[in-house]
Design a protein around this ligand. Sequence first.
Ligand code: ZN
Length: 708
Amino acid sequence: MAQTIVQFTPLPSLTHPSFWHKLTELKLDVLKLSDAEVDITATYRVGRLIEDRESGPGTFVGVGGSLGVEEESFGLGHSSPAIGSAVAKGVVKNYNTIEEFKAADKSKLFNEAADKIWKSILETRSTALLNTFLLITYADLKKYRYYYWFAFPAFTSSPAWHIDAHPGWIGAGTPESKLSDQQLRVIYDQLHTSKQPFPYFLIRSSSSSAINVAAIEDYSPNTDTNETTTIGFIDPSAQPQNPGWPLRNLLAYFRALYPQSTSKLRIICWRDAEVPRGEEGWKSRVGTIFLGPDGVSADGSNVTTRPNAVGWEKNVQGKLGPRMADLAPMMDPVRLANQAVDLNLKLMRWRILPELDLEKISATKCLLLGAGTLGCYVARCLMGWGVRTISFVDSSRVSFSNPVRQPLFKFEDCLNGGRPKAECAAERLKEVWPGINATGYTLSIPMPGHPIPASPPSVLEQTKKDVAKLEELIETHDVVYLLMDSRESRWLPTVIARAKDKLVMNAALGFDSFLVMRHGARPEQHSVVQRDELGGSRKHLGCYYCNDIVAPADSLTDRTLDQMCTVTRPGLASMAASTAVELMMNVLQHPQGIRAPAPRPSVTNPLDNQFDEHGEGTSVLGLIPHQLRGYLAQFRNLHIVGAAYDKCTGCSETVLEAYESQGFDMMLNAFNDPKYLERLTGLDKLYEDGEKALEDVDWVEEEGGDDF
Ligand SMILES: [Zn+2]
């Protein structure tokens, strides 16, 4: 009778994109530069026959199962594989460079993996590691290309396994298979109700035609004969005359442990993931195989020596070599953007500024009070620095004059009365970079000297709510930007932010000059004023209101159009906004942060607005000035240091203590009574004294003086 050598269908690999995403995460966050092996699991499922519609009914094409890895392959992995599937354990070894990947000692790795399987057969007599695999990878994270090579070590048999050419492998359920439809149904049920996944199993039939699925480990050479017992495995092959790869190590297992009784075995290649319907028939294949030509049984000696193994996967060109998964075309663009933004910033740290703390910057939550020209530019600049959380507060709507100067708005935003600025700006930031956490709040900020009417009561209620919301927003952010277009609207956030110890960045525009400053922090309690080496005391830095001798009051009514709108040179806002953001970055990089002192004037050149670039008041990014005044007409910036003023309506302890003890009531006094803050701080007394001093002076009236 003609015999033919049993040829096994290789098990192809299938890598899901989620596997590479997970590997990337692992590499960036856990493995970093380590190339240690990581345990993973994979699944393969039975091969399938699919009816070929083109060739007509009754013709089938085989679709083989593949060994798939995906996100779940890491960690605990696949605990309960689907029906008709098996789990395989393996390891992934990820190299740091393509050169290391290419130069890896593949035979050594492969032999170690094969040794592990062989050792587990001899020492544990378990089938648990029979279908293990090895995967080596190199991940090019800039291009999202993943080079990889799978190995499924399989032991070769010498002599080879044979099968009679006729009938060869036959369909289960046919009369020649000696397995009835009924029996196959029982096997199916037992396989699928079993709690243990069965990549390999025994089918025992007794004389009473009862049939039973058992674990391979239960095999006994005395009772399990070719007549009573069929060896089964989940078969990923779909080829009618070729069993799949996983059978090879199972055969090696029997030869190693039971050499005397296993030179001839009856095998079932299990390929049924569901019970066949109608005329379909069972897809599993049955055959009896034997060692060596003419059934010459091999001698049972020397079986403990590990047989040779084969199993590196061929690439798509059919050659032994790695494969490549190119994920760039299918990467989620949002994810791509996030990684690209980070990478671009991280490059700064490679050579130019290794000490730069980018994490601190990206974690800083910024609250932008005002979503106008300054707000739009500040937001764009913060984004460039990788800041992840930006919130806008504004009470107005986008108007027709806005889009040309306020880069987050478009013409369509002005239609139908205009969209609320804060929400619209936040939405636009997300269009620029979907990874950003941007929110807009439509909210008016009450101002001193702008009385809250007593009726209707709802107005007072609303003011109370607005103040509470502003307090909450300041509390939940780290930096508060004052970017409004009136002086007095900055007062309330100045007081609240100082009480909550937040960094305040302030930018204000004139026609061709700007002011950018950071407010000084509240002195820490019991702080001792330090003496510097020149003997002077180091002054606390002031706020926006420290130079005022009157309290902020209503400056908006009774003004002409050009006074009410900010009339400035168009380039000024972006200069001021960028200056404010860059100043904030310098503050963040200083170890004292919000309490960083101002830079000292250069000893050698104190009069020329020169500063000591390496002393206190500097960070890795450079000087941390207190105030900058920019003069566009002269293309010039001046550094100014302003000390805190103890009668300041924005930052003095008197004001803060009144706010902390009376809360909203104190604010209401300030809103309703234009003189309240001056009385509170003692500015009124100062003013009176000043007036009195003036009265004592004898003035010479000038003839024809202008009354204005
Ligand atoms: Zn002040």
